[in-house]
Write a protein that binds this ligand. Structure first.
Ligand code: 13P
Ligand code: SF4
Length: 360
């Protein structure tokens, strides 16, 4: 059955040619990512969406916030003018492909936190930074308040940008990426209180900690990467002398600190590609990517850092049946699962995204 779906998908791709662009995030399953025109990490995929001109439709094999970002960038005013007003349609093969981390920060909670903070510190001097793994409404919040978006590949450059403009950073939704990045920049953990939106309702976030903060971290995390533990690193180092540990910065601090290399999915792939035969790795990121690296690099010895399966269940929602259904509908003139960000939100999100794209 998979073979049949594969050939039906290829038939639609052939039918559309350059009018169709399929983008695939590195965490997608092999059988899905094979059909993408470009695979990438979040930053590379946003850049590709930002530069699209020829295509009519982008089918995003990834998660919801990625498709939203693609819509905002591909249909920004400058691009619409170049295309004489023609919009690029963005679709997500399964609407249930969300991101549990992105869902940990809602716009109302962030606004409430901001208002609460403004009673303790001058929020004019706070730069909000949202990880790209967030709803468009949060990116719009950053656009409105002099803030910016970051990805795991540019987080340090973005925080440097923020500290050139303000005294503190309010970083959401991923506490781990925020903390790991700020630690690299010499900021102490004691200067990074964690804002708990649920504690707030109980009156729990300490004024004193907020006053002494340099980075205020949101209490969010990735359910996949939080499963990697310091004891897994210790176990591999003991069992395989000389092994190198390669992780994504969404992993907790204890793991990140012990790793030899930490970086975005793009950096993880590059690091393995550039390593000599015989290198031993234990990699802490989503299972599909690690398994693909194992298959592509038999000359190296690649292990999965955790003894339990760490798989992104929402990335996995995009499968061959959903991709085929989306594409065949498109061929028949029906757009399913269209992602179109509301105009005002799109306008403000774009400001924060363009600031990010301008950071080198
Ligand atoms: P990157 O591909 O940008 O490293 O992001 C990883 C991720 O968790 C995407 O959801
Ligand atoms: Fe979200 Fe984590 Fe899945 Fe990435 S891996 S989409 S951060 S839940």
């Amino acid at each position: 059955e998979a073979d049949e779906l594969q050939s039906r998908i290829e038939a639609v791709r052939k039918h559309f040619g350059d009018r169709l662009l399929i983008l695939g995030h590195h965490y997608q399953q092999d059988e899905v990512i094979e059909h993408s025109d470009l695979r990438g990490d979040s930053y590379q995929l946003s850049e590709r969406a930002a530069s699209s001109t020829a295509c009519e439709t982008i089918v995003f094999c990834g998660v919801h916030f990625m498709a939203e970002t693609a819509d905002i960038l591909a249909n920004r005013p400058q691009k619409l003018a170049e295309r004489e007003g023609r919009r690029i349609t963005v679709t997500l093969p399964d609407m249930a492909a969300g991101c549990s981390m992105a869902d940990m920060a809602g716009i109302r909670q962030v606004e409430a936190a901001w208002a609460d903070m403004s009673e303790v510190i001058d929020t004019e001097r706070v730069i909000p930074v949202t990880y790209i793994n967030s709803a468009a409404s949060l990116k719009a919040f950053c656009g409105r308040h002099g803030g910016i978006v970051c990805t795991s590949s540019n987080a340090q450059a973005v925080l440097e940008w923020a500290f050139e403009r303000g005294d503190r950073v309010f970083f959401f939704p991923d506490q781990h990426l925020g903390r790991n990045t700020a630690l690299k920049m010499g900021i102490e953990e004691s200067e990074m209180p964690v804002w708990d939106p649920y504690q707030l309702e109980l009156g729990g976030n300490s004024d004193e900690a907020i006053e002494h903060s340099r980075v205020i971290l949101w209490k969010g995390h990735c359910s996949v990467h939080q499963m990697f533990r310091a004891e897994h690193v210790a176990g591999f180092r003991k069992q395989y002398p000389g092994i190198k540990i390669l992780v994504h910065p969404e992993c907790p601090r204890e793991v990140n600190d012990l790793a030899d290399v930490s970086g975005s999915t793009g950096k993880i792939i590059q690091t393995v590609r550039n390593s000599p035969a015989g290198t031993k790795w234990a990699i802490g990121t989503e299972l599909h990517l690690v398994n693909r690296l194992k298959a592509e690099h038999p000359e190296q010895e690649i292990h999965f850092l955790s003894p339990v399966v760490c798989m992104c269940a929402t990335m996995y929602r995009i499968d061959l049946p959903h991709l085929c259904w989306t594409l065949e509908n498109l061929r028949d003139g029906v757009v399913v699962n269209k992602i179109e960000v509301e105009e005002e939100t799109s306008k403000w999100s774009l400001i924060a995204l363009e600031r990010m794209l301008a950071v080198k």
